[in-house]
Design a protein around this ligand. Structure first.
Ligand SMILES: Cc1ncc(COP(=O)(O)O)c(C=O)c1O
Length: 476
């Protein structure tokens, strides 16, 4: 493509992008296509000759867009948000243009130095203690994997990478029953094994019970096993539970166990002073992760991983073939050894754009607004006779179900709510996710898309009530 053609198309695309953002509400939130429908529109073999961009772009709009779920739709209340913002998007355009591979300081000094700087900005914004050094990972799953690998190496006297795990006994890891599935995957990948992942009982607020943790660790020690890591969750995926860090840190200190904190979603709320209680005890943690790509207006992917001892991470993941040696040595950071993949995108730029463009005050205001919208919506549910909360509001997340008068059978209630969720999501007007709370089918409502306003939560609540009550009517 000639550069002048690139310029022309890029201008056209930017116009399309602005129009899309401006009119995203016209699309169904969740893609309404059947499995295989999009694949059926894509040619089975690649073109032998190049095609004009006009045709490619027209096909994108006709064949691809219907298969997109619109995460930036303000009625997106599913999963957790993966919110973005115009400043983040602008930075992504520049990153894509420069297309640097930022594995070493030398391969783009600005990328490395900006990453160090903006991660320290984030540390300050969240109220994390001085001394935590940050690195951007692709995902919280990767950050937690790095934590487990570091814990594993530390417990093996830094010999596990050389000897393999068999020489170092059976290692055990502790999480709450509410932990995200990435912990299961990470113990599998780290060679620890799911059999050795202990899911500890939670209290009535769904938070890990320290006494049960202590008992599990002591039982494993008596059995000759090696407890190496506790993963505490701040803001669990299902119900937003917050594990008690001070008690967990105390137990980890006593037993010399690595403590990793997974605040993938809830971490963003730490910009607000009133939520800082969640990190009481953080001084006792070895690492902490949260995802600006969830709730901090920064395009996927961007996961902020903070470690107390970066030298331990580098000792765990460092590897130095001849071609990666550089003359700067210890004067600089080479982030290649802070994560599993060698190659790294220039992700710091979008954080730099977002934080500078909004400023911390506006970021605080927006997150506080999401929390307030969720609080109000949870209140509507609580006040309705035929609905109930199944788990209390936590930050901007709550779980509820429809409970029409006279229906008490648990199986029947599950079936009704599954039907309700299917109808709501099939309508395209909003998007919600299912959950199980204490065994009961629940509908999860999570607020956090950048442009969600009260009119969207109010319309969602209206749609939920209308659809639920129509389920009982003969026309349904
Ligand atoms: C608590 C928690 N931890 C980890 C993850 C995984 O995040 P990622 O997709 O960045 O790996 C999630 C995703 O929702 C989560 O809710």
């Amino acid at each position: 493509m000639e550069i002048e053609d690139f310029r022309r198309h890029a201008h056209q695309f930017v116009d399309w992008m602005a129009d899309y953002l401006d009119s995203v509400e016209q699309y169904p939130v969740r893609a309404q296509v059947a499995p295989g429908e999009i694949a059926g529109r894509l040619p089975a073999s690649p073109p032998e000759d190049g095609e004009p961009m006009e045709r490619i772009f027209a096909d994108f709009q006709r064949d691809v867009l219907p298969g997109i779920t619109h995460w930036q739709h303000p009625a997106f209340f599913a999963y957790f948000p993966a919110n973005s913002s115009p400043p983040s998007l602008l930075a992504e355009m520049l990153t894509a243009t420069l297309a640097p591979q930022c594995m070493l300081w030398q391969t783009s000094p600005a990328a490395t130095e900006m990453e160090t700087r903006v991660l320290d900005w984030l540390r300050q914004m969240l109220g994390l203690p001085e001394g935590f050094a940050g690195v951007i990972q692709d995902s919280a799953s990767s950050a937690t994997l790095c934590a487990l690998l570091t814990a594993r190496e530390r417990a093996s006297g830094w010999r596990g990478n050389e000897d393999g795990l068999a020489a170092h006994g059976v290692m055990t890891v502790y999480v709450s029953e509410q932990v995200h599935s990435s912990a299961d995957k990470d113990v599998m990948v780290a060679g620890i094994g799911r059999e050795n992942l202990r899911k500890i009982a939670v209290d009535d607020q769904f938070a890990l019970q320290p006494a049960a943790l202590r008992a599990a660790i002591e039982a494993d020690l008596r059995a000759g096993l090696r407890p190496i890591c506790v993963i505490a969750t701040l803001g669990s995926t299902g119900v937003g539970a917050v594990d008690p860090l001070p008690a967990l840190a105390e137990i980890c200190r006593e037993h010399d166990i690595y403590l990793h904190v997974d605040a993938a979603w809830a971490g963003s709320a730490l910009v607000l002073e009133e939520w800082r209680w969640m990190i009481d005890g953080i001084e006792g943690a070895d690492s902490f992760v949260f995802n600006p790509h969830k709730w901090l207006f920064t395009n996927f992917d961007c996961s902020a991983h903070f470690v107390r001892a970066p030298e331990d991470l580098v000792r765990t993941l460092g590897i130095l073939p001849e071609y990666l040696k550089s003359r700067e040595g210890d004067q600089v950071i080479d982030y290649r050894d802070w994560s599993v993949p060698l190659g790294r995108r220039f992700r710091a730029l979008k954080l730099w754009f977002v934080i500078r463009s909004y400023g911390v005050n506006e970021i605080r205001r927006r997150i506080a607004n999401h929390i307030e919208l969720a609080r109000e919506a949870a209140g509507w549910v609580e006040a309705a006779d035929d609905f109930e909360l199944l788990a209390p509001l936590s930050l901007a997340l709550f779980n509820f179900r429809y409970r029409p008068a006279g229906v008490d059978d648990p199986g029947e209630l599950d079936r009704i709510n599954e039907d309700l969720l299917t109808r709501l999501n099939d309508s395209g007007a909003l998007y919600l996710t299912q959950n199980k709370v204490n065994g009961a089918y629940a509908i999860r409502f999570s607020v956090g898309q950048t442009n969600t306003e009260r009119r969207h939560t109010a319309a969602a609540w209206q749609a939920i009530q209308d659809t639920a009550r129509a389920l009982n009517s003969p026309a349904a």
